[in-house]
Design a protein around this ligand. Structure first.
Ligand SMILES: [Zn+2]
Length: 688
């Protein structure tokens, strides 16, 4: 994506923020804030709060996502909104026993499974002394670990490499009938190193395919190791030398049958030296030559348990009650509050593990939602006694970044029938408006072709808004409104465009065009009230036209990164870390919607749905003119097999897609309702 920064589009008032603070009296910041209206100031505060590192990028599964939901609910309540969702009582296996409508601000759902640590304890004993290690500092259970409670002697297995050049084998000297049963294998990451801490097997110093972690772990499990302690070799020249991966960042790869523990190198060195050995000396030995070494007198006690459990997150919704004859109809105004957290999926910049604050995406829309709720509540309070107005339902969606999961859940389990939803307005990324020649903030509004006469109805509002609106007809698109469009509801999406900080750690609050965003949410508010007061019905129409204009040839630029979490994230793209990949030559498959932008050679062309029964991939959406569309894959299908390989979930599918070549033919087995179909699919090349 070739986009320029919105240079000069930050309003003058806020550009003062970068001016030096004056020591006497008032700061330029105070002056700048004074130039803002109450609404703009509230907006700025919401954006700044929601994108504060405390909120950790608001990814479902993080505690901070739940805190963000509380923040939204608090503000909805403060504005006098009433609950949008039913309170549902369940018993036993989720059997619904009672339902009270409009009794909860929350609509819970799951975005998939998350790795949950059920037990993690590690001690070592040497020379009669037992040391208890600290989880998170000294060690962490690997996300692919097996479960077990064992006390074992420790054996050093070097780099755990079966066979490499010049006859190198870490298992040198082990006889045919020997194995590692009853032992904990202390395993070095990577591969034999030179004196600079770089690979001695490649000219560039980059690690070769022999360092692939999956292969090393497999080699140890095949030799019946009862537990594996994984440590970075001391002295390695690699960013991970002095860190330990935590449970959630080490979920990629096949689950192991035995406990696998990431051990900090300093901890490992202390542990080994307590038994009179030296980790650096062991490393140097393994650099030269393979072989297995008992560390006499050292035992470890491991208690490890990992579970994959459905995570839970909430849509948060509040109602501003309407009046008179129209009050049982609704305008939905929405914005997603979730973002990609630490970038374990959805990071565009390979910044796995770094906090993605998501100021524009989508603290900007959520803040607009919160301010609008307060402002429209005031407006409704001033409506005359004879007024007739639809109710407005404000919804902060979660699970958007995982593939519009929250909004699709909302539409499937709507608190009111679709026929009573007059229109849906979505604010996703409204914080980075550039300016036009007249100094007006520019905004795309898509969806004007989704209702009969919509464009004509809206035109005067756009013209008087002080916003340079570019309209687009389509109701499809990479954000929550698409879920409503698929439910035959007229939609509008307000959007100020992509930028270089999109889905990156640099999407921060200080880049937000506050005054521009305020005009845009005000425009959304004007449209919402005009629609709420309009007597005539609004007739839904499908629209073939584009929904987003980013000079991108296909679907939309956000799809690839908005797809379901891939458990093999960007690690495979870092040249230095081939060990994370099945083989380093493997391209990184683009998850799901897969524009191939992640480096996959083929493009399949679906967006995965929200089904996570663990027995296939639900197709949420099929993009036109793609391999999937040509093969006849349809939304709602569940893909269960790729040729002869069963696929339980997206993680299973990623490596298969990654290995595929353009032109290759695959047989897809899909479940469609009660039928099972086999579809012939010819894989098309990715467009990049
Ligand atoms: Zn996003």
């Amino acid at each position: 994506m070739k986009l320029t920064y919105p240079v000069g589009s930050l309003v003058a008032a806020l550009s003062l923020l970068t001016a030096p603070i004056v020591a006497t009296g008032q700061t330029p910041l105070v002056d700048a804030l004074k130039t803002l209206s109450d609404g703009e100031r509230a907006y700025f505060q919401h954006v700044t709060t929601l994108s504060n590192p405390f909120f950790e990028g608001r990814a479902p599964g993080l505690r901070s996502n739940a805190l963000a939901a509380e923040y939204v609910e608090f503000n909805f309540r403060s504005s006098g909104l009433t609950p949008a969702f039913p309170m549902v009582k369940t018993e036993g296996e989720g059997m619904e026993t009672a339902r009270t409508p409009f009794a909860s601000f929350r609509q819970p759902f799951s975005t998939g499974r998350e790795t949950v640590v059920k037990a993690q304890a590690l001690t070592y004993t040497a020379a009669g002394t037992t040391v208890t290690l600290i989880p998170g500092t000294d060690f962490a259970i690997r996300g692919t670990s097996g479960t077990g409670t064992v006390t074992l002697p420790v054996v050093f297995v070097g780099y755990g490499i079966n066979q490499a050049q010049d006859g190198y084998s870490s298992f040198d000297g082990m006889k045919e009938d020997e194995d590692l049963s009853g032992k904990a294998a202390l395993l070095l990451r990577f591969e034999p190193l030179n004196e600079k801490g770089k690979s001695r097997w490649s000219e560039t110093g980059d690690f070769t395919s022999k360092s692939t972690l999956a292969g090393k772990l497999r080699a140890l499990v095949n030799r019946k190791a009862a537990a594996i302690l994984l440590v970075s070799p001391p002295g390695v020249d690699d960013p991970r030398a002095n860190t330990i991966e935590d449970t959630k960042s080490s979920t990629q790869g096949t689950s192991m049958s035995v406990p696998v523990i990431n051990l900090h190198v300093d901890t490992a060195a202390k542990m080994v030296s307590a038994a009179g050995a030296d980790l650096m000396a062991l490393r140097k030995g393994a650099d030269e030559k393979g072989g297995v070494t008992d560390i006499a007198g050292l035992t470890v006690a491991v208690d490890a348990a990992i579970a994959r459990e459905p995570n839970s997150t909430d849509n948060v919704g509040g109602v501003l009650a309407g009046r008179g004859a129209l009050k049982d109809e609704f305008i939905v105004v929405g914005a997603h509050y979730d973002h990609v957290g630490y970038g374990l999926f959805g990071s565009r910049t390979n910044s796995v593990g770094k906090l993605h604050p998501g100021a524009d995406d989508n603290a900007s829309g959520t803040a607009g939602l919160l301010v609008l709720a307060a402002q429209l509540a005031d407006e409704y309070a001033r409506l005359g006694p004879d007024a007739s107005a639809r109710s407005i339902m404000f919804v902060a969606f979660s699970g958007e970044e995982g593939g519009l999961i929250g909004s699709r859940h909302f539409v499937k389990n709507a608190p009111v029938e679709a026929s009573r939803v007059y229109a849906m307005l979505n604010m996703d990324m409204i914080g980075r408006a550039r300016q036009d020649a007249q100094g007006r903030p520019k905004c795309e509004v898509s969806g004007v072709g989704t209702a009969k006469g919509f464009e004509e109805l809206l035109a005067p509002m756009f013209e008087s808004s002080g916003v340079a609106v570019k309209t687009l007809p389509g109701g499809q698109g990479p954000s929550d409104h698409a879920s409503f469009y698929r439910g035959n509801i007229p939609v509008l999406h307000f959007f100020t465009g992509l930028h270089d900080q999109y889905h990156a750690p640099a999407d921060t609050y200080d880049r937000i065009n506050v005054v521009g965003a305020a005009r845009i949410y005000k425009l959304a508010g004007t449209v919402a009230t005009a629609l709420a007061l309009r007597a005539e019905p609004l007739e839904f129409t499908t629209s073939k036209g584009p929904s987003i204009d980013m000079n991108e040839p296909t679907d939309d630029p956000r799809t690839a990164v908005n797809a379901k979490p891939a458990e093999e994230p960007v690690a495979t793209r870092r040249a230095r870390t081939p060990e994370a990949a099945p083989t380093p030559a493997d391209p990184q498959p683009a998850p799901g919607g897969g524009g191939g932008r992640g480096g996959s050679r083929v493009r399949f062309g679906i967006q995965p749905g929200d089904y996570d029964g663990g027995t296939g991939i639900e197709v949420g959406d099929v993009f036109p003119n793609t391999s999937a569309a040509d093969a006849g894959v349809k939304a709602g299908d569940i893909i269960v097999k790729w040729n002869d390989t069963p696929i339980a979930n997206v993680q299973d599918w990623m490596p298969l897609l990654g290995r595929a070549s353009p032109g290759e033919k695959v047989k897809l087995t899909v479940k469609r309702g009660s039928e099972t179909l086999v579809l012939d699919c010819t894989l098309k090349a990715a467009s990049n």
